[in-house]
Design a protein around this ligand. Structure first.
Ligand code: SF4
Length: 453
């Protein structure tokens, strides 16, 4: 799998005014309709047989992020999965295997859940199996440490053997805005290449690539992986799309149910660029697209793209952008104190977490604000109530580096007086396991006291 070297890249932009059914509830007519969309797009690129040969093992790296119901739209649409697996089997009947795989974010965030459980819940597994595909948990696969010779930020990661052995890699991201990466499209779908625990291979949690890749250089890390896995095709699922604070959305308006659009290209960078433009943003809205274009992995610039199919101007819709770094002053009864928290670490994760109790009204029930301390060197006002304060993330404990700390409590003093401590760098898994229950417990207690008064 090599990086593309085309002067111009063809990108299929396929749109229909209406697509039958919903991700949760659809029939053969819907699958045939989506199959027609996929066939039209892939034919613009030379046809399925250009990419898939008899005897090939094809791996579809789908975006199966969470075990939410199909109509939540957090994950790739089962209609598209069923149509794509079916199309490959129809167009190349001698294909050896079609495998639908991911390493879901929910693994280790939700107790005792693996990617197959996630895919069963979100409708991807039944859809794949109906069409003759197999499903695979990448986290249970064997992993091999792969060094990236020309890495700028991610010199190695642990690649799943099934991915390394695939003859054809098709990446199938969901079309979503994203609080860490502006949007999550083809390049960000590499998240599923990274695994969290590799007990079967004798690794420890510290080898967790999902955590290693989270930091301010996350975008370059995704670009670095193109040296190892350059997808033969990128197929971006915008049948239903997500705007706002994706990938986890909690309000109706964030799911666009009539976008009915798919982007397909053999140039992952051009595909991401066109999807960005169709979402009303500039081609270089995402850092990954800028970096990958500059480093020669594809054609992000519109002048180097040939768009086939629908008219970009007619498909284009202005998506609501994610509020990536907005954690201060945004929520009822929440005060966030931060000096050095990462813009792709604890800040967006805290935002993602707070969106849930904000949407369900729990934050509004708090008698007084809860406090979060995130990032290093943060000034901690001495009058903060420890019982309603949470110290989040490992770098909270970093020593002061000469900033004026006079009058500040230290994290240790706050902890010793009873503040709640949640570690991690970032606090990815812990945030769901510990932070949300902590908020809900205080909200419940406050609501009960208010009732009794
Ligand atoms: S713990 Fe600190 S360094 Fe780690 S992600 Fe959070 S803010 Fe960034």
């Amino acid at each position: 799998m090599k990086k593309t070297k085309q002067d111009k890249s063809t990108v299929a932009l396929i749109h229909r005014p209406k697509v039958s059914g919903t991700p949760a509830n659809y029939d053969k007519e819907a699958v045939d309709q989506v199959k027609g969309m996929l066939k039209e797009g892939i034919d613009y690129l030379g046809g399925m047989t250009k990419f898939v040969k008899p005897g090939d093992k094809v791996l579809l790296k789908v975006n199966s992020v969470y075990n939410t119901p199909p109509d939540s739209a957090w994950n790739v649409d089962p209609r598209l999965v069923e149509a794509l697996v079916g199309l490959i089997r129809e167009e190349v009947p001698e294909v050896r295997r079609v495998i639908v795989a991911d390493d879901s974010a929910a693994v280790k965030q939700v107790k005792d859940v693996d990617t197959i459980d996630v895919m069963e819940a979100n409708g991807i597994a039944p859809a794949a199996k109906r069409a003759g595909g197999e499903v695979l948990c990448l986290e249970w696969d064997s992993h091999i440490r792969v060094n990236i010779e020309n890495a700028r930020a991610f010199p190695y990661f642990h690649a799943a053997q099934s991915m390394l052995e695939a003859d054809v890699l098709i990446t199938v991201p969901k079309w979503k805005t994203h609080i860490e990466g502006y949007m999550t499209l083809g390049l960000k779908n590499a998240e599923g290449y990274f695994t969290r625990t590799l007990k079967q291979d004798g690794f420890t949690a510290h080898e967790s690539d999902k955590e290693r890749r989270h930091a301010n250089d996350i975008h370059q890390k995704f670009v670095d992986t193109l040296n190892v896995f350059y997808p033969d095709l990128t197929i971006i699922d915008g049948l239903w799309a997500i705007q706002g604070d994706g990938p986890a959305v909690f309000t109706e308006w964030e799911v666009i149910k009539d976008f009915n659009t798919i982007v397909i290209s053999d140039d992952i960078v051009a595909a991401d660029s066109v999807a960005c433009q169709a979402s009303g943003f500039p081609w270089d809205f995402m850092v990954t697209t800028r970096l990958a274009t500059r480093q020669g992995f594809g054609n992000g610039k519109p002048e180097n793209q040939v768009i086939k199919g629908a008219d970009l101007k007619k498909v284009k819709r202005q998506f609501v952008a994610p509020k990536m770094f907005e954690v201060q002053g945004c929520y009822d009864n929440v005060d966030v104190y931060t000096h050095g928290a990462c813009v792709t670490g604890c800040q967006p994760l805290l935002r993602l977490t707070l969106n849930m109790p904000q949407a369900d009204g729990s934050l509004a029930k708090l008698k007084e604000p809860v406090n979060f301390i995130i990032g290093n060197n943060t000034y901690i006002p001495p009058k903060l109530k420890p019982e309603s304060t949470l110290l989040l993330g490992d770098c909270v404990w970093n020593e002061w580096v000469g900033l004026p700390a006079e009058g500040s409590l230290t994290p240790a003093e706050l902890r010793d007086r009873g503040a709640f401590v949640v570690g991690g760098c970032p606090s990815f898994a812990n945030i769901f396991t510990f932070v949300l229950p902590w908020i809900y417990e205080i909200a419940e207690k406050d609501a009960k006291e208010a009732e009794e008064q």
